[in-house]
Design a protein around this ligand. Sequence first.
Ligand code: AMP
Length: 610
Amino acid sequence: MNVSAGGQVAAAIAKDVAALRVRPNMLDYDAARRDFSWEQARQALAGLPGGRGVNIAYEAVDRHVAEGRGAKEALRFVMADGGTKSLSYGDLAHGSARFAAVLRTLEVGRGERVFSLLGRSPDLYTAVLGTFKNGSVFCPLFSAFGPEPVRQRLHLGAGRVLVTTRALYRRKVAPVRDTLPALRHVLLVDANGTPEPGTLDLTALLAQVDPSGEIAATQPEDMALLHFTSGTTGTPKGAIHVHDAVAAHYATGRFALDLHPDDIYWCTADPGWVTGTSYGIIAPLVHGVTAIVDQEELDADRWYRILAEQHVTVWYTAPTALRMLMKAGAERAAGHDLSALRFIASVGEPLNPEAVVWGRDVLGLPVHDNWWQTETGGIMIANYAAMDIRPGSMGRPLPGIEAALVARDADGKAILKDGQAVLVTEPDAMGELALRPGWPSMFRGYLNEDERYRRCFAGGWYLTGDLAKRDGDGYFWFVGRGDDVIKSSGHLIGPFEVESCLMEHPAVAEAGVIGVPDPVAGEVVKAFVELKTGNRPTEELQLEIIGFARKRLGAAVAPRLLDFTTSLPKTRSGKILRRLLKARELGLPEGDTSTLESPAGPAVLQKDQP
Ligand code: AMP
């Protein structure tokens, strides 16, 4: 037994390495850490022919073709009816070369941003890889985003090209197109010869171009990807990643996901989020495995069927999905032959110890939690195939990654001494999780926000904003986020974005948004709304405001719950104290309220109260 830093008691899950069906890539953690260097990881890849540089698309697809593996199945799409459609490495190399040629024809330059707003269709994958080949920068958007998040990101990222469908364009982009002067080309994947006004037919363009051009001679530090992530205040920030990141995708795929060339690998994340790009596209392709892409959404029976029928060997999913399967009941797994599965990993939120154990009991394998974030670009802390699992722990840092806990003062600022961060070294003590900069997939900046980027570093460390503990054996345990960002079904939601939208409703005076625990989604968004004078807090108005937000923000981001209130707790400088809203909602201690404008708690109005 071991006692987790969270105080829960859960039996450690011991590994019998000799009994594992496939020999893990990393057998001895300490030796791997000692012997590893990022230079070695880079050496395992090819680089562009002729020493012209490094390009993620070459490492992910063309390298396999050059080495005789072009016929191998790269992506297997599972369609709505359960049927499949496959693309080989050769198909991907060819399709992405055509997409790159389309960009060239349209005179889209190096470093210019190509956005996608697409479901998980083959077009998305060739667009990502083709964008890399053209030396342009890819920025995926989640297709369930509403018009405002789409507009805001296209605007902040100065999107030059958008690849989307007719329906998504009509609903989410056409109405705001005139506010996006930088957006020069909209490419529709389903135009069928009749593009919408102001758009182009991608299929027709792909058929016309000459795909024989060379891959752009991108250099390791050239920008490749832009991923938007939410902040507590202000607008979403665009984290910049470079081509050199591919060395980290390779190394982490090898150590943390234990990828072997014969694997059938399924990452359930949508490429609209960083996990779906780093580990749904790049890492599996770099390892030359066959990756499953489900075109539908989470459904317990469907997912068990995919695991069984596609003979998935390595599965990378999220706590919210596992909780949903747990809720559906163990009997739903019965009757599905999951014997091909050999490794399960999870990321995105704290993984409850019960879920780790449930995996072992119901799926036949424990779940390996791992930790990272948009800014780190790749997995930083993990439980490994050959290492015992401590349920509830995120595991230990990857080879090449130095993690520490930085002491914080009462305001949450890192404590420095002689310019160096003060580290928390005693076992099971809490600090801010920090990483020593220098790994290849580390973000290189927030687009156009240098100051915000600089504030992420102190005393030689990158500060992650998460609070954690480390036990005496070096296993890290997640405590919570240092700020107010809401994590719902694996998506990070900035309260500010939701509040801003609510306030656009004519009846809303002000809004405060928090996450409240939910057994399935982890957290759901709850809004507290102050109405403008003359509006009554009726049930119809409550539904109308929720509907309004859903239309603008999409169901993944809009509040699920909404209460009317007469006064939101605010600091004297006018900032909403979401921490306090949350404490009051959950009946927790209120903590320091010295900056509170008015100490009275918010009166939650009953509906229909005048
Ligand atoms: P994102 O940038 O959207 O990938 O979100 C990153 C954040 O998700 C991290 O900073 C953590 O707060 C949370 N997170 C990711 N993985 C884990 C994990 N294994 N355990 C706890 N929290 C996690």
